[in-house]
Design a protein around this ligand. Structure first.
Ligand code: PLP
Length: 382
């Protein structure tokens, strides 16, 4: 159906070999490979610890839960994100308070709107590094410090992204990553929480596995067979098969992200020739950040032109997506919070289109997509 898909998996022999070794070792649940993966992930994110969990949504939920966010609390988060960001807040019994984005060329959380939305019940800020563009974390952490708020990064798009020399995931109390199939590094399903707070890491490990004081790997190694349950927890565990896949990908993270950067730069060159009214967020980046280029968003002059381009590209076999329909407009959120209005987020959501981007995309494929975009939008000019 598609000539060019939105994203493609690159599972090479090297990754599969590691997973096969895990299976052959006859220890497939969380064990030595998960520990190695966590250590390698923490190193890449510039934190002292990392806790692997079953998916990115579980990473967000467990982190908020472990930090004691609950009923009566408010958490500032964007609406220009995947629904999981707000769902994690809601499942804790807390209220997501939606913050607008900076602009159509910088769709990350607007620190000034965040400051306006801090109230007596605000406990945390949950910024999302949209498309792998680090948020303005200096302003957000300054705000958090002045109001005594926690900062939890939704870094699902941002493994390897850097803000003022420091990796995303190390810029707040904790960072939450997703290893889902379309993310920069993937294990199929999976998630990781990064933190340098030892007590938080300990609590996350406890809650990840039913609040039990020992895990089955340790018992297998001859540690005490009796355990206590000191908190009612969850099963959000990771496993060693996926840890092997994750370790192999983590080794290539820099290469993967550099390749993504090259493709983005080629798109930028080709598309900026076509029509100046099309906004390309990756051409107007703040100078103190290095993105991880998770997706390639463009912003058309109107909803009609976006929809027409989407249809035209589909006809040509080019898969696109919309990142995102603002989540405060989804029925399940809108019915709870009917009065939310975020002008910039709504405009961005109505005019945004995501073009294909994955490391093995060839220059010819990029040119073909950019050419199709240019043809479509110049036809619409008449
Ligand atoms: C993918 C994603 C998540 C959720 O991750 P899962 O692993 O799919 O649960 C959360 N936030 C954002 C911004 C995402 O893109």
């Amino acid at each position: 159906m598609w000539n060019t898909r939105l994203s493609e998996l690159e599972f090479d022999a090297d990754k599969l070999a590691g997973a096969l070794e895990a299976i052959e070792s006859s220890w497939i649940t969380a064990g030595p490979r998960t520990k190695l993966f966590e250590a390698a992930f923490a190193e890449a994110a510039g934190t002292e610890d990392a806790v692997a969990v079953s998916n990115g949504t579980a990473a967000l939920f467990l982190t908020l839960k472990a930090l004691g966010i609950g009923p009566g609390d408010e958490v500032l988060c964007p609406s220009m994100t995947f629904v999981a960001t707000a769902a994690a807040v809601l499942h804790c019994g807390a209220k997501p308070v939606f913050v607008d984005i900076k602009g159509l060329g910088d769709p990350t959380m607007d620190p000034e709107d965040a400051a306006r939305k801090v109230g007596p019940f605000t406990r945390a800020i949950l910024p999302v590094h949209y498309a792998g563009i680090p948020c303005d974390m200096s302003s957000l952490t300054t705000l958090a410090r002045s109001k005594n708020l926690l900062v939890v990064e939704d870094a699902a798009h941002a493994p390897g992204a850097v803000h003022k020399g420091r990796p995303c995931g190390s810029l707040g109390t904790a960072g939450c990553f997703s290893l889902f199939g379309n993310k920069n590094i993937t294990t199929g399903e999976g998630g990781v929480i990064t933190t340098s707070d030892h007590r938080l890491a300990e609590r996350l490990r406890l809650l990840r596995s039913h609040g039990m004081t020992t895990n089955s790997w340790d018992r297998d190694r001859g540690r005490p067979a009796r355990y206590d349950v000191i908190e009612v927890g969850f099963n959000f565990r990771f496993d060693d098969i996926r840890a092997a896949l994750g370790l192999a990908q983590l080794r290539k993270l820099n290469a993967i992200n550099s390749r993504r950067a090259e493709i983005v730069s080629r798109y930028n060159d080709r598309l900026s020739e076509s029509r100046p009214e099309v906004i390309l967020p990756f051409t107007s980046l703040r100078t103190d950040i290095i993105p991880s280029y998770h997706i390639y968003p463009i912003v058309l002059p109107s909803r009609e032109e976006r929809d027409a381009l989407e249809g035209q590209l589909k006809e040509e076999g080019i898969q696109t997506s919309i990142h995102y329909r603002p989540i405060h407009n989804f029925s399940a959120i809108r019915t709870r919070f009917p009065d939310v209005h975020l002008p910039v987020t709504e405009t961005f959501g109505s005019r945004q289109l995501t073009l294909p981007l994955y490391p093995s995309m060839t220059p010819d494929q990029v040119d073909a997509v950019a050419g199709a975009v240019a043809r479509s939008i110049s036809n619409q000019l008449v």
